[in-house]
Design a protein around this ligand. Structure first.
Ligand code: UDP
Length: 472
């Protein structure tokens, strides 16, 4: 049989590349030839180049191709945000991706054979390229089925939404429990410059031949059922949804100092705090966390970044944090036997899987969520931006794999709350019950991707459907 050949198109940003590389590995596992077509950021980024170099070095069987830059934009690009004020980062991203349609088309045409094009959720403009070249086209939805159920609905029913103005009022969507309107991404709110382009991107999701989702059926049965029954797309048919996860990456930095530190700690004794690739806190919040951790008396490993305005999601690298200036006086000295503070970044995958790690304080990004669950760790949920508040609702209320940090939606999570929740998860029977539950779900996650598991079967079904589409 001729090898299937697929092109994966992760769009912009390291956060979108990482899960797509995991998908590339899944395709390789199923015997396909994989090319990842990469978009360089509009402004040169050392992070992007480093991430591509790392991905290429650790996946020699995957072809990574950086597309040439788009033709220069005509003066005064209306879609880029224009004007004198800096454009919203999502607007800039979507404008850039629109401009990449021509280089993508040329690249796809240059390949001898392509059996499928797989898109990141923000790459809807590439649907037109696939139609033109008569290629089967799929989305890889790198967040959960619950988010997908809600976003499909919002994308079809809203042009610009007033959800944010509804504040604490409950909103209901098929596939999800009722949740506060303010738990929707704030980019949806009326007046946000990102609202129109993001909703436009969501609107196009059902146009694909199918949607691959990084989840497993038993984790999100309710949302998956609603998707399958077509309840989430009110005005047209829903394409097939294939739950093929959890696809999670390991960081592979086996020699990091924090792993050697963890080696010296007792089993399941360390609380790990990490807030995604962009999460930061003001000094006042860092101080409250520090006081709470110290008072809890529990061991901790904490990734601290320099403060940044959370409105500024430009992914610009931050300077190394000055821990002495940011944390309470004497904190590092007093906690040196029980805690370790890391500047800016941790090899999260390896930390979570280390036997000494016992709980995970997370911002509820989907990758972190899956990494925590597959490591069998109870989650203390502290959502910050994007779809993370919704993920918190799913984790706490649907999956029941975590509890929330009270105050995440107010100005400050207080030191007492940090202390209370950390103690609860590490010392109480409730915390132990939560840990047992996550251990059980971890087992189901492993089963899902094994031969005969639901995610493995979904991938095989997807490939079968793809072959049918490619029949002459
Ligand atoms: N990550 C990491 N070290 C850090 C912070 C994050 O390795 O100090 C990784 C983490 O393991 C995950 C990704 O970055 O794979 C973050 O993705 P997620 O979807 O959780 O959040 P986002 O950064 O997109 O908000």
């Amino acid at each position: 049989m001729v090898k299937r050949s697929v092109v994966l198109y992760p769009g912009l940003g390291v956060g979108h590349l990482t899960p797509m590389v995991e998908l590339a590995k899944a395709f390789l596992h199923h015997g396909a030839a994989v090319t990842v077509a990469l978009v360089e950021p509009p402004t040169k980024s050392p992070d992007f180049s480093a991430a591509v170099a790392r991905a290429a070095a650790s996946n020699p069987s995957v072809t990574f191709h950086v597309l040439p830059p788009p033709p220069p934009a005509p003066a005064g690009p209306s879609g880029s945000g224009g004007g004198t004020s800096p454009a919203h980062h999502v607007v800039v991203m979507l404008y850039h991706l629109k401009a990449m349609v021509a280089p993508l088309r040329d690249f796809l045409r240059s390949l001898p054979a392509v059996d499928a094009l797989v898109l990141d959720m923000f790459c809807g403009d590439a649907l037109d390229v696939a139609a033109e070249l008569k290629l089967p086209v799929f989305y890889f939805y790198a967040s959960g089925a619950g988010d997908l159920a809600v976003f499909l609905n919002v994308g079809r029913t809203s042009t610009s939404t007033a959800f944010a103005e509804l504040g604490d009022s409950l909103v209901s969507f098929p596939g999800a429990p009722p949740f506060k309107a303010s738990d929707l991404p704030k980019e949806f709110s009326e007046g946000s410059p990102g609202a129109k382009p993001i909703l436009g991107a969501l609107h196009r999701l059902p146009e694909a031949d199918g949607i691959l989702v990084n989840t497993f059926e038993s984790l999100e049965a309710r949302a998956v059922r609603a998707l399958r029954e077509g309840l989430c797309v009110p005005d047209r048919s829903t394409p097939p949804v294939y739950c093929i996860g959890p696809l999670v990456s390991g960081s592979g930095e086996k020699e990091h100092e924090c792993l050697r530190w963890l080696d010296k700690q007792p089993e399941s004794s360390v609380v790990f705090l990490s807030f995604g690739s962009l999460g930061t806190f003001p000094k006042k919040q860092l101080e409250e966390i520090a006081i709470g951790l110290e008072k809890s008396g529990q061991r901790f490993l904490w990734v601290v970044r320099s403060p940044r305005d959370l409105e500024d999601m430009s992914s610009q690298p931050l300077p190394e944090p000055d821990l002495d200036a940011l944390l309470p006086e004497g904190f590092l000295g007093r906690t040196k036997d029980t805690g370790l503070v890391l500047k800016s970044w941790a090899p999260q995958g390896d930390v979570l899987r280390h036997r000494a790690t016992g709980a995970f304080v997370t911002h509820c990004g989907w990758n972190s969520t899956l990494e925590g669950i597959t490591a069998g760790l109870p989650l203390l949920c502290w959502p910050l931006y994007a779809e993370q508040r919704m993920n918190k609702v799913f984790i706490v209320e649907v999956m029941k794999l975590g509890v929330e940090m009270k105050g995440y939606d107010e100005e400050l999570v207080k030191a007492e709350e940090v202390e209370t929740k950390v103690r609860w998860v590490m010392e109480s029977q409730g915390g132990q019950a939560l840990r047992d539950r996550v251990a059980e779900v971890k087992g189901r996650a492993i089963e899902a991707i094994e031969e005969e598991g639901s995610s493995h079967a979904a991938f095989v079904e997807f490939l079968k459907d793809l072959d049918t589409m490619n029949l002459p």
